[in-house]
Design a binder for this molecule. Structure first.
Ligand SMILES: [Zn+2]
Length: 467
């Protein structure tokens, strides 16, 4: 063939094949969150507020985000399957099948908002031409309305994939059968008291390539899951170094992620943990936004496969490493009249799941003793402190106790003039049955030893130290 027609063919081929838009770098995805963000700063949606924001977004999108399918919860609340893009490959993301796990719902709304706002930019245009993004933000609105893991029937939807007794589970299964997505993202919150590797930092995000069987063989499905999970972990690490882990769980036939994978949609589980400090919820929403958006770009560009070695190298998600507050080496008067002893005291607060979800109904004194293996998000060197159960009614209760001690000559100028024996006796008296023992809700009164006596240092109330 002469050179000129060959060149013409090559040129025409180039003209019909759109050039590859460069992959947006992680920093650009991170910067994209603020302008796109519509979710509340609490990191948690009430069901009605979510519906209102989604309806506004749909209108604003001018048809680019649409309701693909509508479900109804057990108590009649709407569940939306939203779609963006027109690509041949369908990708399904669902959040908050556990009603008290809100972070990814916010990220999904912000993600859809971003796709709308940037739809004419090359990278987003390419994504939406290659993928159809299907999103179910908040599969369990009934649970969300009462901050409960389960649905209104009291069933854990994530254990209903076989029996399908929940309308929410049936909806998810129906969406999967209708659309047969090539990838699934199962979005959850885990406890915030986890670390990325033993002795690592607090896990902000854990990923898992969800098994499709007890002993899944290598193949394209597993490669896709591990590749996506590794990709997301890599991107998350640029934003949250040392805070990304590999989730660990056994294959569970009745669970949805496992079943999705078994039914033919390779699924990645994302478990948002915690990222202690002010603005935690927003940091976690942004982290979810970045990794999910990045995963979609990777899928659109076919860059998701073959991440097995990188996946295996992600540090393990370790439970039981952290508590909220740790007092180290306090001198403890436990409230039962026993002689004082040296112990560490660990508190776990009721809201120890980020984003307003409540995993524990009440704050608990988690443990007493040598707790060198634990780390606290807040730690107090309590070597010079004496801890006793607080009297009822906290500070005002203490004022009454102090008045009584002064009247009996056992306190003066705000100082307690008590030796260990007397303090043990008095503390048992004002504790009135409360004791510093694990798995109780006990509050503490703390004293500082001074040369003239014991000075009030403050209180630990609902797991929070006040001075
Ligand atoms: Zn969950």
């Amino acid at each position: 063939m002469p050179a000129a027609p060959l060149l013409a063919i090559l040129l025409s081929a180039a003209a019909v094949t759109p050039s590859e838009a460069p992959a947006p770098p992680a920093a650009a995805l991170q910067a994209a969150w603020s302008p796109a963000r519509v979710s509340p700063s609490s990191g948690s949606y009430a069901p009605a507020a979510l519906v209102a924001d989604l309806e506004r977004l749909i209108v604003r999108s001018g048809g680019h985000v649409r309701i693909e399918q509508k479900g109804v919860s057990a108590e009649g609340r709407p569940i939306f399957l939203l779609a963006a893009g027109s690509g041949p490959e369908k990708v399904l993301l669902w959040s908050q099948m556990h009603g008290d796990e809100p972070t990814a719902t916010c990220a999904l709304v912000d993600l859809l908002s971003h796709l709308v706002a940037t739809r004419t930019e090359p990278a987003t245009r390419q994504l939406l031409s290659r993928l159809t993004v299907l999103a179910i933000p908040m599969l369990n609105p009934d649970g969300a309305s009462r901050n409960d893991r389960r649905n209104a029937q009291g069933i854990d939807i994530n254990r209903d994939a076989l029996r399908l007794q929940t309308p929410e589970g049936r909806f998810l299964r129906d969406v999967r059968e209708r659309h047969r997505p090539v990838a699934g993202f199962n979005l959850h919150n885990q406890s915030a008291l986890v670390s990325a590797g033993r002795n690592g930092l607090q896990t902000a995000l854990a990923v898992l390539a969800v098994s499709s069987s007890e002993d899944e063989a290598d193949g394209p499905q597993l490669a896709r899951k591990k590749g996506l999970a590794a990709h997301m972990a890599r991107v998350a690490t640029t934003f949250a170094p040392g805070r990304v882990a590999r989730y660990d769980t056994d294959y569970t036939e009745r669970a949805f992620g496992d079943s999705m994978s078994r039914w033919g949609t390779p699924t990645v589980l994302l478990e948002t943990g915690g990222w202690f400090g002010p603005g935690e919820e927003e940091r976690l929403v942004r982290l979810n936004f970045v990794v999910l958006l990045s995963a979609l770009h990777a899928l659109a560009r076919g860059e998701d496969a073959d991440g097995a070695p990188a996946y295996e190298a992600i540090p393990r998600n370790v439970r039981g490493a952290f508590v909220d507050l740790l007092l180290r080496g306090a001198s403890v008067h436990g409230g039962r009249g026993l002689p004082p002893f040296t112990a560490d005291l660990a508190f776990v607060r009721s809201g120890s799941i980020a984003g307003g979800g409540v995993r524990l109904r009440s704050t608990a004194l988690a443990d007493v003793g040598d707790l060198a293996h634990l780390r606290g998000f807040e730690e107090v060197d309590a070597a010079r402190l004496v801890a006793a159960p607080a009297p009822a009614e906290g500070a005002s209760g203490w004022a009454k106790v102090l008045t009584g001690l002064v009247a009996r000559g056992l306190a003066r100028d705000g100082l307690l003039l008590l030796d260990d024996l007397a303090l043990a006796r008095e503390a048992a008296e004002w504790a009135a049955g409360r004791a510093i023992v694990p798995r109780t809700e006990v509050d503490l009164v703390l004293f500082r030893r001074t040369e003239k006596g014991l000075a009030l240092d403050g209180f630990v109330r609902d797991g929070v130290r006040t001075q």
